[in-house]
Design a protein around this ligand. Structure first.
Ligand code: NAP
Ligand code: MG
Length: 469
């Protein structure tokens, strides 16, 4: 049993002002795996006060001091990677190999990237008669979701600290353990009191209190669109900067060439990684109508090859995060069947032989872009395959979405792939599987308004001052 009943405020582990707790459920076993405290507005006030007090000196710290701190954190992180991965698996159900692999690797990557960017970042620059100075915005409320829990915390906390901001983190109730370990790492690494604070609890209480707080300068939020809208409204009265990283319904375009079947298979298994709970997942797979039968066969066999089960065993896919999320996924599969989508693989219910845990079947539909399952983010292992006639049609379908977070193009003709990528209205497009920690990540349209990762991730936390003359 894990215990996260204390908050990290002003450099100390602190009991909540008013005691209240909630159980944390292991999604693979449906058993209680630990307990967290549910904070109140009074805890938020203490954390914000500590962050405000610390801002005076931290905002004036030197780059060398901040680099020393980030390197000390890096050593602490490296020493606890296995534990962090195990925590991710226990809290949100990722297979252990994914938890200790990519989940933990993303956190390490954001930390290393923050160090690299800070080493060369130009906080000041003379432009004609004007000295441009980039200064930390102040006290930042960081609100994160459960799906890539370490990624989303680290992509906010490290750039915020690197730019001289002070922070109050509100981790997800469903996945509090990896954030707790990270807070322990920051504490041991010697983060000055008040620079990093963490309060666990309900988003509707802790997140809302941060969003409305007159002494918080900025909110960085990753999560769902409705909550992003609510935070924006709550923050409006105090004219906060609000960075939003929201959902997606990203298109994956497969070009018509002799790699088609292999590319469809890779896109299908890619969709099932993290049980489909990835904001930038390629959940709409666009294939040439002329090759539809071949594409559907490749997707079916890829989906049927995805092993599902106990995340502590050697499987490709664990459960989704919660009973509520399992119900959402089942409702969307039922909706797809109702609206006449053709079921290619998977379907309703748990996989054969599994009678406990929030496991779903890797599911593939053939549908059309006007169906609900092609328009709304499902956030589960459900792929919709849609046929296109030609390149213009593929681009039109890709862009016919309220979202604009990710995109993918797979095919041998690089010029065609890049031409399609240029026409897609989304924040990031991966061509034949690239990856870059320095590439800005964020959404067009309803997928958000910010850009995290790398140098652009620093800009989120900086004010620009002009000293003229
Ligand atoms: P969510 O319900 O929006 O929750 C995200 C965070 O916001 C949680 O910490 C939550 O607290 C908190 N919250 C809830 N209500 C709040 C309120 N009224 N004010 C302030 N904070 C509040 O999202 P989720 O269900 O955890 O995560 C899934 C969603 O995140 C998907 O839509 C996904 O696409 C999106 N996402 C986007 C990105 C990206 O970078 N664009 C990355 C990952 C995920 P609780 O712990 O109480 O729920
Ligand atoms: Mg939620």
């Amino acid at each position: 049993m894990r215990n996260c009943t204390q908050f990290y405020i002003d450099g100390r582990w602190t009991d909540p002002v008013t005691p209240a707790t909630a159980d944390v459920i292991n999604p693979a076993t449906e058993q209680v795996s630990g307990v967290i405290s549910l904070g109140s507005e009074a805890d938020v006030d203490l954390a914000v006060k500590a962050a405000r007090c610390a801002f005076g000196s931290w905002s004036q710290s030197s780059v060398a001091e901040r680099l020393d701190l980030l390197r000390a954190i890096q050593a602490g992180y490296a020493a606890r990677m296995q534990e962090l991965g195990e925590a991710v698996t226990e809290e949100m159900g990722a297979p252990l190999s994914l938890g200790t692999g990519f989940h933990v690797g993303l956190g390490a990557g954001h930390l290393q990237t923050a160090i690299e960017v800070l080493e060369t970042f130009r906080f000041e620059e003379q432009k004609g008669p004007t000295l441009l100075v980039r200064e930390p915005i102040g006290v930042c409320g960081l609100i994160t979701p459960w799906n890539w829990p370490l990624n989303q915390v680290t992509v906010k906390v490290f750039p915020a600290l690197a730019t001289g901001c002070t922070t109050v983190l509100k981790p997800p109730q469903l996945a509090p353990y990896s954030a707790q370990i990270l807070a322990e790492i920051l504490d041991k690494a010697g983060v000055p009191a008040g620079v990093f604070n963490m309060v666990q609890g309900k988003g509707s209480v802790i997140g809302a209190a941060l969003s409305r707080h007159p002494d918080v300068d900025m909110i960085s939020f990753t999560g769902s669109e409705p909550v992003g809208v609510q935070i924006s409204k709550d923050a409006a009265d105090t004219v906060k900067r609000v960075g939003l990283e929201l959902g997606g319904k990203s298109a994956w375009v497969i070009l018509d060439d002799d790699q088609l079947a292999a590319n469809v298979a890779a896109a299908t298994s890619g969709m099932m990684v993290n049980a489909g709970q990835t904001c930038s997942a390629g959940s709409r797979l666009l294939v040439p109508n002329a090759r539809l039968a071949e594409a559907l066969a490749a997707a079916r066999s890829a989906a049927e090859t995805v092993t599902v089960g106990d995340p502590l065993s050697d499987v490709a896919m664990g459960p989704v995060v919660s009973k509520a999320q399992w119900n959402v996924v089942q409702d969307y599969i039922a909706k797809g069947l109702d609206e006449g989508a053709e079921l290619i693989a998977g379907g309703l219910g748990r996989p054969e032989g599994i009678d406990r845990g929030y496991f779903c079947k890797p599911t593939v539909f053939r549908g059309t872009n006007d169906m609900v399952i092609a328009r709304e983010e499902i956030f589960g292992p459900v792929l919709v395959i849609i046929g296109y006639d030609d390149m213009d049609d593929a681009v039109a379908i890709a862009n016919d979405s309220p979202f604009g977070l990710g995109g993918y193009v797979s095919g041998q003709d690089r010029d065609t792939a890049i031409a399609i990528a240029r026409r897609m209205r989304t924040g990031a497009i991966w061509v034949n599987g690239g990856f870059d920690f320095h590439a800005p990540f964020g959404g067009y349209k309803r997928s958000g308004n910010g850009r995290e990762w790398g140098e652009h991730g620093f800009a989120e936390y900086l004010e620009v001052k002009s000293i003229i003359g």
